[in-house]
Design a protein around this ligand. Structure first.
Ligand code: INI
Length: 156
């Protein structure tokens, strides 16, 4: 795209601070997502001391905690990591809908970039596939997305 002004984010996490809000629910999956996110950010220059992990009960609690972190002024970006796995009842739909809507709202209200690393899957196998096996690691992907967005927002 010659001659077209283009703004894009460099994937350099040096000097940036991130909060990771992560559920205890389905922790065997979520711990892998946390590992993926931290590994990605550290490999892109983020210091260990600039990463804070906040553990919360479940996905339904995510929006409130993400909102407080985003409004604190302490962090350049927030990464929300969790897994909602469909069961036999409509509970899945209530939890996943409220969590995703609330996270989007926290992000837009605060103006702080938020990486959406909340898995919503039909079964445990799909969650495992997205937590560091054949479909990659969605924690690392959420970290990459938030880093790129932080660097874009700095230029706007
Ligand atoms: N929370 C999750 O993070 N993942 C789930 O799969 C899940 N399911 O299936 O129930 C879940 N429920 C708990 C919910 O997020 C709240 O913590 C709970 O309802 C208390 O408010």
């Amino acid at each position: 795209m010659l001659h077209i002004k283009t703004i894009e984010g460099q994937l350099d996490a040096k000097g940036l601070k991130f909060a990771i809000v992560a559920t205890r629910f389905n922790d065997f999956i979520v711990d892998r997502l946390i590992g993926g996110a931290c590994d990605y950010l550290q490999r892109h220059g983020c210091d260990r001391e600039n990463l804070t992990i906040v553990r919360i009960p479940g996905a339904f609690e995510m929006p409130l905690v993400a909102k407080k972190l985003a409004h604190s002024g302490e962090y350049d970006g927030i990464i929300a990591l969790g897994a909602v796995i469909r069961g036999a009842t409509p509970h899945f739909d209530f939890v996943s809908n409220e969590a995703s809507k609330g996270l989007a709202q926290a992000c837009l209200e605060s103006g702080v970039p938020l990486g959406f690393g909340l898995l919503t899957t039909d079964n445990i196998e799909q969650a495992i596939e997205r937590a560091g096996s054949k479909a990659g690691n969605k924690g690392a992907e959420a970290a990459a997305a938030v880093l790129e967005t932080v660097r874009v927002m700095e230029q706007l």
